[in-house]
Design a protein around this ligand. Structure first.
Ligand SMILES: Cc1cc2nc3c(=O)[nH]c(=O)nc-3n(C[C@H](O)[C@H](O)[C@H](O)COP(=O)(O)O)c2cc1C
Length: 218
């Protein structure tokens, strides 16, 4: 009897910047590692501060230990890089990463990525994905959006990035905050063609729900 085929795994760069919604980034890393993928993780200083506020994580801002946020069984496939580690794999096109995801993506990081600043590992990883023609997903979180924000998003979309705002839907009837997080993370994974079990797939309803607008229709 032949053995099961090996799981196809890949390497991803996941970058946290200082937008609200750090739970999206944490969950994405967890799901990718859980599926056997290798994850290269970097976070901006602002992301670490948001992490403290939103996840209540006890992070030493001077010596952050991001690996400690994940279960021990997941950590062997996690590579955490310092923000100034410009020699780390995500900074090089030859590292062969499948995709780079900036989640959450602050308006500041989004602006710098859209204009090629590359002043830290997060911005450089995004820049590399664009120049190599590999998927770059940015997950902006801000409201309301100014013209500057909208123009930077349009610039990124025109450059080939996937602009995937953290906008969970409600048609799957979320019961918990985690359901909303999984909705957005599922969208990221769908866009990257990575299989996942995070959301129930929408099916054509058996019957069309009745609507007051139907009354009197001939
Ligand atoms: C708790 C908290 C929530 C924040 N939420 C957002 C946000 O949703 N979107 C955003 O663009 N900036 C947000 N900011 C501000 C950014 O963190 C700030 O502009 C920072 O300079 C971004 O830096 P970075 O792009 O290097 O991560 C937030 C800051 C804090 C402390």
């Amino acid at each position: 009897m032949s053995a099961d085929p090996p799981l196809r795994t890949d390497r991803f760069a996941v970058c946290f910047s200082g937008g609200s919604g750090i739970a999206y980034g944490l969950r994405l890393v967890e799901v990718l590692l859980g599926a056997g993928h290798e994850v290269h993780l970097a976070a901006t200083q602002a992301a670490l501060r948001v992490l403290v506020h939103e996840a209540g994580a006890a992070i030493d801002l001077a010596r952050p230990d991001l690996a400690a946020l994940f279960e021990a069984a997941l950590r062997p496939r996690l590579r955490v890089h310092a923000l100034d580690a410009v020699e780390a794999a995500p900074a090089s096109g030859s590292a062969g990463l499948r995709a780079t995801i900036v989640v959450p993506c602050s308006m500041g990081s989004l602006a710098r990525i859209a204009h090629g600043f590359s002043s830290n590992l997060v911005e450089r990883a995004a820049d590399v994905a664009l120049k190599e023609g590999r998927p770059l997903v940015v997950v902006p979180r801000e409201t309301p959006l100014s013209v500057v924000h909208l123009e930077n998003m349009l610039a990124l979309a025109r450059l080939g990035a996937i602009v995937l705002p953290a906008m969970p839907g409600f048609y799957h009837r979320p019961q918990r905050v985690e359901d909303l997080v999984d909705f957005v993370v599922g969208k990221i994974l769908d866009r990257l063609r990575v299989e996942h079990p995070l959301v129930r797939r929408w099916q054509t309803p058996a019957s069309r729900p009745s609507s007051p607008w139907d009354e009197g229709e001939s």
